[in-house]
Design a binder for this molecule. Structure first.
Ligand SMILES: NC(=O)c1ccc[n+]([C@@H]2O[C@H](COP(=O)([O-])OP(=O)(O)OC[C@H]3O[C@@H](n4cnc5c(N)ncnc54)[C@H](OP(=O)(O)O)[C@@H]3O)[C@@H](O)[C@H]2O)c1
Length: 287
């Protein structure tokens, strides 16, 4: 049986990995409590023996906040990842690492492929890209899964929820909603990423490298919000704003749609509307 060390086990993606990895894989779950990646020595992992895979879902990813705390961003998203890459290589462990669509600058007009050149616009993206480079240069057996715009049952602990729940809560509180209609991305259910990682491990896929692991299709944040309300039967008005009008501290890519045809050859990622329906069925059965 494969032995897997999961970092970030209480996070949004980590929680779905725990759901998907059942008796067929031995999963050792680490949280900040038993291994603080910003403080603890990497050698603390030595107490776990015969590990086949490490899955790293940890991150500092409050995008606007990262602008004010570049040191912390690089510590968590780059320096630690460099240590982890070296550790994995020295111990012949295959490393699964989660990265982001924010490594791209959004200037493309067709979905980004794995071989497209990153050009991050913000500290978060830059620190994640630096982590990617460390992995590629310091370990041989690795998978970097770039994911985007996540929604999962537990909500992102690092962001205090996810976009779907934020929209539902704002509508319930009757807060006026003005949503960007000209910024495009690939919304992705963490349950599907968890299933893809599980497939790769169970089938001992050896095609190491970068994969874009997102749900199929894309939409604007406005279209995404409209679909959220449709599926949860919330009748609430949404007005449109633009990328240019909606100012945030950190610049974000205007277009960060990822092409997932490479991963689809191994594991078919469902369309985001199917994924969102599955999510709302799990999370909002009673609505
Ligand atoms: N959420 C998105 O929309 C999105 C988009 C693109 C890429 N991603 C990437 O996807 C991955 C998973 O995201 P997610 O939504 O599952 O995030 P999440 O729920 O915030 O999970 C991240 C995990 O990292 C842990 N962590 C953070 N700092 C730590 C530290 N110093 N020591 C130990 N653990 C620490 C957190 O622990 P605590 O629970 O104790 O804080 C949390 O369990 C991340 O790599 C992120 O960069 C996310």
């Amino acid at each position: 049986m494969k032995k897997v060390l999961l970092l970030g086990a209480n996070g949004q993606l980590g929680s779905d990995i725990k759901k998907v990895f059942k008796e067929d894989i031995e999963l050792i779950c680490l949280t900040r409590k038993n291994f603080d990646i910003a403080q603890d020595e990497i050698s603390k992992l030595n107490k776990y023996s015969n590990i086949d895979y490490i899955v790293n879902t940890t991150s500092y990813h409050k995008t606007d906040e990262c602008e004010d705390f570049p040191d912390k961003s690089f510590k968590v998203n780059s320096s630690f990842v460099y240590q982890l890459a070296k550790y994995s290589n020295e111990n012949d462990i295959t490393l699964f690492h989660i990265s982001t669509d924010y490594v791209f600058d959004g200037m493309a007009n067709e979905p980004y492929k794995e071989e497209d050149t990153p050009n991050p616009l913000n500290i978060y993206g830059l620190s994640k890209y630096s982590g990617e480079i460390a992995i590629q240069n310091y370990t041989k057996k690795f998978f970097i899964f770039r994911v985007s715009s996540l929604f999962g049952e537990s909500g992102a602990s690092g962001k205090g929820g996810n976009f779907v729940e934020t929209m539902i809560n704002l509508a319930k509180k009757d807060v006026p909603l003005s949503i960007i209609s000209n910024q495009y991305m690939s919304p992705t259910h963490t349950l599907d990423i968890a299933k893809a990682i599980h497939y790769f491990i169970k089938n001992e896929i050896q095609d190491f490298g970068i994969f874009h692991c997102c749900n199929t299709g894309n939409c604007s944040w406005y279209e995404f919000t409209a679909k959220i309300f449709e599926l949860t039967e919330i009748n609430y008005p949404i007005s449109k704003t633009t990328y240019e009008e909606y100012k945030t501290k950190a610049l974000r890519p205007k277009y960060s749609v990822l092409c997932n045809s490479k991963i689809n050859k191994y594991y078919k990622m469902p369309h985001w509307e199917i994924a969102l329906k599955e999510y709302t069925n799990i999370k909002h059965r009673k609505i």
